[in-house]
Design a protein around this ligand. Structure first.
Ligand SMILES: Nc1ncnc2c1ncn2[C@@H]1O[C@H](COP(=O)(O)OP(=O)(O)OP(=O)(O)O)[C@@H](O)[C@H]1O
Ligand SMILES: Nc1nc2c(ncn2[C@@H]2O[C@H](COP(=O)(O)O)[C@@H](O)[C@H]2O)c(=O)[nH]1
Length: 200
């Protein structure tokens, strides 16, 4: 049975796309330009924090044991293993944002998207596409957050995610993130009706 999610507040947004496609960059920009409109669903993960990441803001960093316990207690809407680490969206993370009447933003992988589609959350699905696999690799390397092993795993997963992203009807919009400004304008234009609804 699909997990129950309370239909609170505005429709959430699900951002998906290969690691390095620019999801966090665009999410941060839209949240900063429209303060008070969006709230981020802070996921749980078993991966270690990167320099600059803040516990409770970027992720809830937890042990595998805690994560597994939470999942078996039914605390998560969805969860997945991505490149050897566990990630998951707790019901609380989404409900906390929805209760404040903000648009809840989820940043999740394609496994999570498939699971969310089986719930009553009814979000808008946005796929962030890099201009090419070569550019994706350059950007991931440039971010300097991954070991060579992790980078190769992420690039392998990216191929499958690109296929899922390009299948018709899996996403409400596919945004190619080539020039950052252009991708941001496209995102902003798409989201404007939802932003206006929350502001009014
Ligand atoms: N249009 C762009 N042009 C050049 N660099 C970009 C562009 N968009 C994002 N980047 C850079 O690419 C890197 C990856 O972006 P980002 O971290 O936002 O990706 P992500 O999709 O959130 O990745 P992950 O899923 O691993 O968290 C960052 O260093 C970011 O600054
Ligand atoms: N299914 C889920 N995927 C998630 C969640 N939080 C993040 N992610 C995705 O994991 C990868 C890797 O993220 P990173 O921060 O280690 O680079 C990326 O695709 C995220 O979108 C989640 O709660 N559930």
């Amino acid at each position: 049975m699909a997990p129950a999610v309370s239909p609170l507040g505005p429709r959430p947004l699900v951002f998906c796309g290969p690691s390095g496609s620019g999801k966090s960059t665009l999410i941060k920009q839209i949240m900063s330009d429209f303060k008070g409109v969006f709230g981020f669903s802070v996921s749980h993960t078993t991966r270690s924090p990167r320099p600059g990441e803040v516990d409770g803001k970027d992720y809830h960093y937890v042990s595998r044991e805690i994560m597994e316990k939470g999942i078996s207690n039914g605390e998560f809407i969805e969860s997945a293993t991505f490149s050897d680490n566990m990630y998951g969206t707790s019901k609380k993370a989404v409900e906390d944002v929805q209760r404040s009447n903000k648009i809840c933003i989820l940043d999740i992988d394609t496994q999570g998207v498939k699971l969310i589609k089986q719930t009553s959350l009814n979000p808008i699905f946005i796929f962030m596409k890099p201009p090419s696999m070569e550019v994706l690799e350059q950007r991931l390397r440039g971010r300097n957050t991954e070991s060579e092993e992790s980078l190769q795993k992420r690039l392998l997963i990216a191929k499958a995610e690109m296929e899922y992203g390009s299948e018709p009807c899996n996403f409400d919009i596919i945004i190619e993130n080539d020039q950052l400004d252009k991708a941001y304008q496209e995102l902003k234009e798409f989201l404007m009706p939802f932003i206006e609804e929350v502001k009014n």
